[in-house]
Design a binder for this molecule. Structure first.
Ligand SMILES: [Mn+2]
Length: 470
């Protein structure tokens, strides 16, 4: 094909992509921008448009890459600076974003929108610097020390659930769930009592929790719940209430996005207090300050309670364990495997987790990485951690004498997905998130047969059998 002809075809594909974009079908928009770029890889606009589509699907890593490429092709392309700044903002890289807004303002001094974005970003950069200065001043001082929970009074007109002798009981949990279902607020005294107690319980857990199920026991593993309270109630409806004989593991991302994050997390913390050895919680990438600021949980806690209570939530989140190993066979974590080979279970045990996650390294990977179909590793679509292939999973499992991993962190149409030849299972449990599809929790069931010591089955309404992994 002659160059002119190719460019004309590329333009047509771009138009098609633009139309999909207008209809908010970002997956197809990305597909056709990609096709256009194959025909004409030197067009900055195609990269910039695809960058915006990636931003909409929260693939901030890819969005940043495309914006950067657009600017390499045309350093005067103003939209490119906007896109790169937006990507960096989403990734929490405010200083880098500020530099791009500066450029836009310099080139277009009369552009009001650019000026506003520059000022907004500048304010965040200054605020972050201020927060850092304060943080080093009051190093590790807990909110708990400044609370006087005993002397908080419960007003006479409050007729909601209360802890019994300061303790969570099964009756309290049942009352609490009914109360939340009616969209009522738990008294702040009770919320504080639960938070202080759960911080104590979680801080005594190792970073890698190891449990052994006996022959007849099973455990239900649930993926992201993201503030979807009614979906959480549905999970309990389908699989039964948590109990000593009905253990659960909730695999991170309890909060943000949905409007009932407070209700979800307090219910989960309540069951953790009631059954500390049989109700398990792991940290997700959303149990962090940066995410809570951007995706709603911080605002929700401030609206329903106070900024101080958010601080306490943040302290509790820092103590959530990072991974759980079942019967020395199955490893569960929110994100996935590592940016480098050779990480052992012992390395996970040694992670000092009481902190906000770093930008790289094993703690970051456990919370952020994703599997990919092709071998090897590639850069992350999210712009944090990496993507790992089936060979990476295989080597990790072999070195650590494990059978498979269970992770969450990605929306799956069926609620779960089985990849890497059954060695990497994704479970997602917030069905009303994004596409409104029905998603299910996964139950890992311990079988009696010595040769197939662990198997998985889906526990949905139709009770379909999930394939057995040997
Ligand atoms: Mn996640």
């Amino acid at each position: 094909m002659a160059e002119e002809e190719r460019n004309a075809s590329a333009e047509k594909l771009k138009e098609k992509a633009n139309n999909y974009f207008k209809d908010k079908d970002y997956e197809n928009a990305i597909k056709y921008y990609t096709d256009a770029l194959e025909l004409n890889p030197s067009n900055a606009i195609y990269y910039s448009n695809r960058s915006l589509a990636y931003l909409r699907t929260e693939c901030y890593g890819y969005a940043l890459g495309d914006a950067t490429r657009a600017l390499e092709l045309d350093k005067n392309y103003i939209k490119g600076y906007y896109r790169r700044a937006t990507s960096n903002m989403a990734l929490g890289k405010f200083k880098a974003a500020l530099k791009d807004y500066e450029t836009v303002v310099r080139v277009r001094p009369s552009d009001k929108d650019a000026k506003m974005k520059y000022q907004e970003c500048n304010k965040i950069v200054k605020q972050k610097a201020f927060e850092r200065a304060i943080a080093s001043d009051e190093l590790k001082r807990s909110v708990v020390d400044s609370l006087d929970i005993e002397n908080m009074t419960i007003e006479d007109d409050y007729d909601g659930p209360k802890l019994e002798d300061g303790k969570v009981t099964l009756k309290f949990m049942k009352d609490l769930m009914a109360w939340f279902k009616d969209q009522k607020k738990l008294h702040r005294k009770c919320a504080y009592q639960m938070l202080v107690q759960v911080k104590e319980v979680l801080s005594k857990r190792p970073s890698l929790v190891e449990i052994t199920l006996i022959e007849t026991e099973k455990i239900t593993i649930c993926g992201d719940t993201h503030g979807q309270y009614y979906d959480l109630l549905n999970i309990f409806e389908l699989n039964g209430l948590p109990s000593i004989t009905n253990p659960y593991l909730f695999n991170g991302d309890f909060v943000d996005r949905g409007s009932f994050s407070v209700e979800v997390i307090l219910t989960l913390f309540g069951f953790k207090l009631l059954y500390p050895e049989h109700f398990h919680l792991l940290r997700g990438n959303h149990e962090t300050d940066n995410m809570n600021q951007m995706y709603g949980f911080e605002g929700e806690v401030k609206a329903k309670y106070t900024a101080q209570m958010f601080q306490l939530f943040s302290e509790v989140f820092q103590w959530l364990p990072l991974a759980q190993c079942i019967n020395n066979k199955v490893l569960v974590m929110h994100g996935g495997l590592f940016s480098e080979d050779g990480v052992t279970l012992d390395d996970i045990r040694k992670i000092d987790r009481n902190r906000q996650p770093p930008d790289s390294g094993p703690m970051c990977d456990l919370l952020w990485s994703d599997p990919q179909p092709q071998d090897g590793r590639s850069i992350s679509k999210r712009g944090v951690s990496c993507q790992f292939g089936p060979d990476v999973t295989e080597r990790f499992l072999e070195q650590n004498k494990l059978q498979y991993i269970v992770r969450s962190h990605e929306v799956k149409a069926e609620g779960y997905e089985d990849t890497h030849s059954g060695k990497c299972i994704t479970v997602f449990s917030a069905p009303n998130y994004w596409y409104g599809n029905l998603s299910l929790s996964l139950s890992v069931h311990h079988e009696i047969f010595p040769k197939t010591p662990l198997s998985c089955k889906r526990t949905d309404k139709t009770h379909k059998k999930f394939p057995v992994f040997g």
